[in-house]
Design a protein around this ligand. Sequence first.
Ligand SMILES: [Zn+2]
Ligand SMILES: [Zn+2]
Length: 350
Amino acid sequence: MHKTAFIWSDRYSLYSFPGDHPFKSIREFMAKKFLEERSAFLTIDILEPPLIPEELLYLVHDKEYVEFVKRMDEKGSGLLDEGDTPAFKGIFEGALVRTSGTVYAMRLLMEEKYNHVINLGGGFHHAKRDKASGFCVFNDLALAIKIGEEKFNRIALVDIDGHHGDGTQELLRDDPKSLKISLHMFHRNFFPGSGNVDEIGESKGKGFTINIPLPPGTGDDAYLYAFNEIVIPAVKRFEPEVVVIMNGGDSHFTDPLVGLKLSTHGYLEVVKSLHDLAHKYSNGRLLMTGGGGYSYDATAREWAITTAEIAGIYDIEFEVLHDQEKTTSSNFVWDRVKDVVKRLKEIHNL
Ligand SMILES: [Zn+2]
Ligand SMILES: [Zn+2]
């Protein structure tokens, strides 16, 4: 029923930026520990991903860019983008291992070996065809979706990271076989600056990109309102063969980089709804990756809770990992979220 694989490599630790950079692999390791302490791996299979050949990256990245990342890895210093993503020794292998994890997750779904596959080490939604961005080197999501399309005709991606999934949107902008939905904070000068309601995809992919820009301060109540009004009907209409969740932990109210206010309760409700939809429309096929998340403890708790929900082992032992309370939104936030929902219903005929 919930046959679940957890993709893991100890080499995920290679992809952890040095010094005071906020992106650290400790989140994944803490989440795994929370799961281990609750005997989750008696039910969930842990699998090590085989390393993909570099050439596979060319499905979504330029060869020159892949070579550039390799050179910068050897050099061990400098930047991979305009400032957010520093190079260091091990970043190429680290990024390749984590990308391999998401590709392997999709392959397991294609081979029908599991119906649920989780790769907390994945979710690099800012990476572009020819450049790194926002701590993301290779876009594992776009790559895995492209590979999945060799078998499946419709794959729905729901990105709940606090930042807009701009790299994935750009790489799959003309693709009608994938529905890209991103819920994110949208605010003046907030990274990456894109993700407004009028970005809906291009040419044949028009209408297959849905952006839900949310104001700072959006709590569980208004977030779930937008989710229930837009995401659920859009996914139902698309009837996906696979549901992919990009579960970035930085929409959490304690995150230092994003101003959204989701609690672990809000996260659980979102993942639970998508899990239900996957069973209803997608023969249960569900792939979940990690993503951002700079409040490490909150991200790890949220990932452990949602992993347990997907694996069908959520119980009182996971309940203790929750935040104390659900979060609410101000009237100002509610008005803006209602307006966004109204506009999206018109734009996407929902
Ligand atoms: Zn299930
Ligand atoms: Zn993020």
